[in-house]
Write a protein that binds this ligand. Structure first.
Ligand code: PLP
Length: 433
């Protein structure tokens, strides 16, 4: 089923699959195979030469994973997807597919802590400089740009600040310069389609809301197909100069017969081939099960999180509630523009009493799990300053919005009264109200 006219709720269940042609299986089968029998020598040569797209080896592609890739690409309004073993692999490859040693990327400071570490340390060690800028000033991206800038990078709804990124504004700065905006949409599937606002590529940690069940780590890169790589040959050499690792292929040319997929094709047949962060077919299957219920889950996550934000805002001892509904001015305007009036499942808050109160709160929770994840069916809580963000310097923590007493909640799908009862109990134990 192609059906770009279908609505997101329908695409999440149907896109990329109808039934197995040989068995009639309605559920997507788990193709737990490493390899694929070639029809004959000509067929094998055509596949390796990319004259024909087809299955070669599961490190590079797999029929189960293919359904996940096509389904999420359809949901995002993109032309193709690449599933990877984790969200971290997706973030790393999204940059490495455009930038090499000596190049740079301009990124928002408002990032998941793991992405910050990847950018500030590991990519730096590989010779790729990431320049961090304040996302509330889109012009900061232009100012940080030079002739070696290959991409802009940001998160749609970054935690812990939960201030929505100005997607269209920054995309519009990059496009004429030949610089694509890569958006990590992990916290906002179904709420925002960054490609509709001018982003060129979307990155996901599928581990979170796409899966929703907290069983499987996975990541995705979605190619919007609307970025003119060829028109910016000097800016984007990796897609416009002969690739010695692939018989001198120039990706912006070689991909043409297959569609506007130069970026994602190179990511698959060069980066995934060489670096190998392949998603297992079983995890692809699990993530497909999650995506099927994504629309309903997101609706409930948003409703429950809104109730939690209202509850916390009225609670003595809570000095600050971090949720788009509590924002005003430009941040609120961006939340309403890009999330369509629903604000996702994450809520942050700050307790009077700083680190100690935050720790007491975490230890008193009974229903909420104390974990580093977000986007699970279960409600989750964490104290970032002593966990996910503890590797960062105090200045880096401050730049990403983590203060000592900050607690992050990922609100699940339980009955709202049970969620509020648990929060009430833990807040009392922490000395709040
Ligand atoms: N991006 C965001 C916004 C995340 O929250 C995470 C994980 O927490 C990642 C990327 C990394 O994803 P993964 O844990 O699947 O590697």
């Amino acid at each position: 089923m192609t059906g770009s006219q279908l609505r997101p709720e329908t695409l999440a269940i149907h896109a990329g699959w109808r039934a197995d042609p040989s068995t009639g299986s309605v559920a997507v089968p788990i193709h737990q195979t490493t390899s694929y029998q070639f029809r004959d020598a000509d067929h094998a040569s055509a596949l390796f030469a990319l004259q024909e797209l087809g299955n070669i080896y599961t490190r590079i592609m797999n029929p189960t994973t293919d359904v996940l890739e096509n389904r999420v690409a359809a949901l995002e309004g993109g032309v193709a997807g690449l599933a990877l073993a984790s969200g971290q692999a997706a973030s790393a490859y999204s940059i490495q597919n455009l930038a090499r040693a000596g190049d740079n990327v301009v990124s928002s400071t408002d990032l998941y802590g793991g992405t910050w570490n990847l950018f500030a340390n590991t990519l730096k060690d590989q010779g790729i400089e990431v320049r961090f800028v304040d996302p509330t000033d889109p012009e900061g991206f232009r100012r940080a740009t030079d002739e070696r800038t290959r991409a802009y990078y940001a998160e749609t709804l970054p935690n812990p600040k939960l201030e929505v990124f100005p997607i269209a504004e920054v995309a519009a700065i990059g496009r004429p310069l030949g610089i694509p905006l890569i958006m990590d949409n992990t916290a906002a599937p179904m709420l925002c389609r960054p490609l509709d606002h001018g982003a060129a590529l979307v990155v996901y940690s599928a581990t979170k809301y796409l899966g929703g069940h907290g069983t499987s780590i996975g990541g995705l890169i979605i190619d919007g197909g609307g970025f003119d790589w060829e028109a910016h040959a000097e800016r984007q050499p990796l897609l416009n100069t002969p690739d010695p690792s692939y018989h001198g292929a120039v990706w912006s040319q070689a991909a043409k017969p297959l569609g506007p997929i130069a970026y994602i094709l190179r990511a698959r047949v060069v980066l995934l081939r060489d670096l190998g962060a392949a998603l297992s077919p079983f995890n692809a299957f699990q993530l497909i099960q999650g995506v099927e219920t994504l629309a309903l889950r997101i609706e409930r996550h948003c409703q429950n999180a809104q109730r939690v934000a209202d509850f916390l805002a009225a609670r003595k001892g809570v000095t600050r509630v971090i949720h788009p509904s509590q924002q005003s001015g430009p941040a609120r305007a961006r939340a309403d523009k890009y999330l369509g009036g629903r604000y996702g499942g994450l809520v942050g808050f700050e307790l009077d009493g700083g680190v100690d109160a935050g720790r007491r709160f975490i230890d008193a929770l009974q229903l909420f799990y104390h974990v580093a994840n977000i986007g699970d069916a279960r409600s989750l809580a964490i104290h970032p300053a002593s966990t996910t963000h503890s590797q960062l310097t105090a200045a880096e923590q401050a730049a990403t919005g983590v203060t000592p007493g900050y607690v992050r909640l990922s609100i699940g799908l339980e009955h709202i009264d049970d969620i509020l009862d648990d929060l009430d109990r833990a807040l009392t134990a922490a000395g709040a109200g």
